[in-house]
Design a protein around this ligand. Structure first.
Ligand code: SF4
Ligand code: SF4
Length: 236
């Protein structure tokens, strides 16, 4: 198997370049994940840069673009990728080194939607008081709370590529909608007004790259459409 990795070290390189590695097919089992291949390649070449942590598809640190699609290398089987694998860093982010990107703007957009519960202050001061939800109210959070902030979605979104400083991106908008639909949150109108802009929720063109890219099977595009609907129908 040939693995072609787009490499770039801003300290030494004027532009990215492709480096080809070879791995004997006999070393690749049916259940070998792409991350294991990268770890073997780094034993050959310790200068190769990539992130990984939990190796179970939970921490979201090893997002990368493989054969043109974003994925998490730790839960991507190597064999089905073919005899020649092309790997590059997540598109749309500045490269720190090789497959390691600077996700500062992604995290800033996430922080800006205030991704925490803003409940009734009177209840919050009473530590004995629980914030109860019915099973039906809790079910509305399914499909949002599973997000691991891997950025595979935002990195595949053209609207985010062009304006990462203005457009929140699908991951942040998924989080915004998660608190809009949370029955315990009392800042719904503020949250909707924050996204009521041509460069916020309405910059989404519903192309659904984000949904195709999500390794957790979430549907940020559908959440954004629900958010737009709530904005249009918010009380005036
Ligand atoms: S559906 Fe919206 S958020 Fe998702 S990729 Fe398309 S423009 Fe981006
Ligand atoms: S919505 Fe999916 S792709 Fe986007 S950050 Fe969350 S887990 Fe990753």
């Amino acid at each position: 198997m040939q693995v072609i990795i787009e490499r770039f070290n801003p300290e030494n390189d004027s532009q990215p370049y492709a480096q080809s590695y070879h791995i004997d097919d006999t070393e690749i089992a049916d259940d070998t994940m792409l991350l294991e291949l990268l770890q073997r390649l780094r034993e050959q070449d310790p200068s190769l840069g990539f992130r990984s942590s939990c190796q179970e598809g939970v921490c979201g640190s090893d997002g990368m673009n493989v054969n043109g699609s974003n994925c998490l290398s730790c839960i991507t089987l190597a064999k089905p990728l073919g005899e020649k694998i092309h790997i590059r860093a997540l598109p749309g982010f500045p490269i720190i080194k090789d497959l390691i990107v600077d996700m500062s703007i992604f995290y800033q957009q996430y922080r800006d939607v205030k991704p925490f519960l803003q409940g009734d202050a009177a209840l919050q001061t009473n530590l004995e008081q629980e914030f109860l939800q019915s099973p039906q109210e809790r079910a509305k959070l399914d499909g949002s709370v599973e997000c691991i902030l891997c950025a595979c979605c935002s990195s595949s979104c053209p609207s985010f590529w062009w304006n990462p400083d203005l457009f929140p991106g699908p991951a942040a908008l998924l989080a915004a909608n998660r608190f809009v639909v949370d029955s315990r949150d009392i800042t719904t109108i503020d949250r909707l007004e924050q996204q009521d802009s041509a460069v916020k929720a309405f910059r989404c063109r519903n192309i659904q790259n984000c949904t195709s890219a999500c390794p957790k099977g979430l549907n940020p595009s559908r959440a954004i459409q629900a958010l737009k609907h709530a904005i249009v129908n918010k009380p005036t």
